[in-house]
Design a binder for this molecule. Structure first.
Ligand code: ZN
Length: 250
């Protein structure tokens, strides 16, 4: 049996790496380059889109050829055009997967899909983060130990306005004592969404092999089923009349 490679588009804001030498030291070719290498090594077909391209690199043809969109942003969430957010949201509702990383919790697309501010408590001190796997049977936890440590991370803590996920897969503990629901799975329409919080730009978190494993797993999990693509527009346009059933009702 041949398995079609998952077609991934990595969307990176790509501002920090060009402006800040401390970020460039870890990601000289951009955060997207490290993520792309990990996903390509796992057999995915990868393209990259960035904020400063026309339509932020997310024109309709690109999205139509994307099974899973990975999103990293921080400085410039508000610079993302609403028309592009509309287009991405539509594709998610139609079945495209979305993997939302770190500070993209405040991206327009994630807030749109979640329906809340998605704000978190945070502290940038480079403290240790321990990522606990709390749902080892979930596909995004495949191949992971019961926990792994990131030597330096940005603290994200509770309470958070990110809604409770359908399935909580990771909880992080931080050196300062906080905990955070650091990895959770959602569905919206036919689309699967995974949020994973580790990934601050001044620490080499995306070079960590187990972080890469989580992201690869999340992409595979979020990829649409082969049968998706059937129209669901009727549901979104106020419901669809269901014709009489094949079997008589009386
Ligand atoms: Zn950060």
């Amino acid at each position: 049996m041949t398995v079609k490679p998952v077609r991934v588009t990595i969307w990176n804001e790509y501002r920090h790496e060009r402006q800040d030498p401390a970020v460039r030291a870890h990601y000289p070719a951009g955060i997207h380059a490290v993520l792309a290498a990990a996903l390509e090594a796992a057999g995915c077909t990868v393209r990259v889109a960035t904020l400063d391209e026309p339509e932020h690199g997310l024109d309709a043809a690109t999205l139509a050829a994307t099974d899973v969109l990975v999103w990293w942003g921080h400085l410039a969430h508000e610079a993302v055009a609403d028309a592009v957010v509309d287009r991405v949201q539509q594709r998610v509702l139609d079945g495209m997967g979305l993997v939302v990383l770190h500070s993209a919790h405040e991206s327009k697309i994630f807030r749109r899909l979640m329906g809340t501010t998605c704000k978190v408590m945070w502290r940038e001190r480079g403290e240790r983060e321990r990522v606990w796997v709390v749902q080892p049977a979930h596909p995004v936890a495949a191949g992971l130990p019961e926990y792994f440590d990131l030597p330096q991370s940005e603290m994200y803590g509770e309470p958070t306005d990110i809604p409770a996920p359908d399935e909580l897969v990771f909880i992080s503990w931080f050196q300062g004592g906080e905990v955070f629901r650091s990895g959770g799975a959602y569905t919206r329409g036919r689309g699967r969404i995974f949020y994973f919080s580790p990934g601050h730009e001044t620490f080499p978190i995306y070079h960590h092999p187990l972080v890469q494993r989580v992201i690869v797993n999340a992409v595979r999990w979020a990829a649409p089923n082969d049968f998706s693509g059937a129209p669901v527009a009727g549901i979104r346009q106020g419901g669809a009349h269901r014709p009489d059933p094949l079997e008589p009702l009386d």
